[in-house]
Write a protein that binds this ligand. Structure first.
Ligand code: BTN
Length: 255
């Protein structure tokens, strides 16, 4: 998880605020990054913007946030046992919505890229700016065309408008994703991992061969999914099973 930042968050005019399904939602025109706006808000607040001028991806990468995409950040309570599960739970909640609107062949790539085949449909960035709260940043390509802005993304990304007939409006998609996040959060809070772990693990399309870049070494093996504590499970080529904490893995690449 990334930590705090000093960029000023708002770029545009006064936001609209409203209540949906137990969330307080702020809607903005342009902001630097919805995660930065959400950094100052309490739990169960969310921020959506039409565009982001400094959208942030993992590994300090820029995230293209052109008009027509869903740029959303949700502030969630984070108890210690949630630390490693929350990013995975966010991916599961978003995948549930996408499957429900008819997106086929979806999969999660650890820890939380959402892909269709090899193309990225959505990315998630979890930040922790305040103790006890996490900001789950969710970017979904819907009607926007990021490859028009960065030609290098050609063939690498996809968008809902190319995957399903009549994607929902950004307002409707926001409502569905916030609802699913709340439901999934409650489920994980109340139910044993036996109830939700198999559902999460189905989303990886595992087992699959991968290359891991760790802080200390690089290795190749078979990704098997995650355990109830959110650790990555890898079978090595000599048939050992190893568990890795998310912070130990810099990058997982499919091979
Ligand atoms: C990644 O795949 O690298 C993560 C991308 C996360 C993008 C979303 S868009 C809403 C929120 N605000 C940001 O600046 N980033 C996240």
């Amino acid at each position: 998880m990334a930590s705090s930042t000093h960029l000023s968050a708002r770029v545009g005019t006064t936001p609209q605020a409203g209540q949906i399904d137990g969330w307080t939602l702020e809607e903005h025109g342009a902001v630097t990054s919805t995660n930065l706006v959400a950094a100052k808000l309490p739990a169960w607040h969310a921020v959506r913007a039409d565009t982001q001028t400094a959208g942030r991806g993992r590994f300090q990468r820029a995230w293209i946030s052109d008009a027509g995409g869903l740029w959303l950040s949700a502030v969630l309570p984070l108890s210690p046992r949630w630390g490693r599960i929350l990013p995975l739970m966010t991916g599961m909640a978003v995948c549930q919505v996408l499957s429900g609107i008819g997106v086929a062949a979806l999969r999660l790539r650890w820890p939380n890229d959402i892909l269709i085949g090899k193309r990225k449909l959505a990315g998630l960035l979890i930040d922790q700016f305040t103790t006890g709260l996490a900001v789950a940043g969710i970017g979904v390509n819907v009607f926007n065309q990021p490859e028009r802005i960065d030609g290098q993304l050609k063939g690498e990304t996809t968008r809902l408008a190319d995957e399903i007939d009549q994607p929902p409006s950004l307002t409707e998609l926001t409502r569905m994703i916030l609802g699913s996040l709340k439901e999934t959060h409650t489920k994980i809070e109340l139910e044993s991992p036996d109830c939700w772990l198999p559902q999460l693990n189905r989303l990886w399309n595992a087992p699959r061969p991968v290359h891991l870049e760790l802080d200390t070494a690089n290795l190749t093996g078979t990704f098997q999914g995650v355990d109830a504590a959110g650790r990555l499970i890898l079978s090595t080529t000599d048939h050992e099973t190893r568990l890795y904490e998310p912070h130990e893995v810099r990058l997982l690449r499919d091979i």
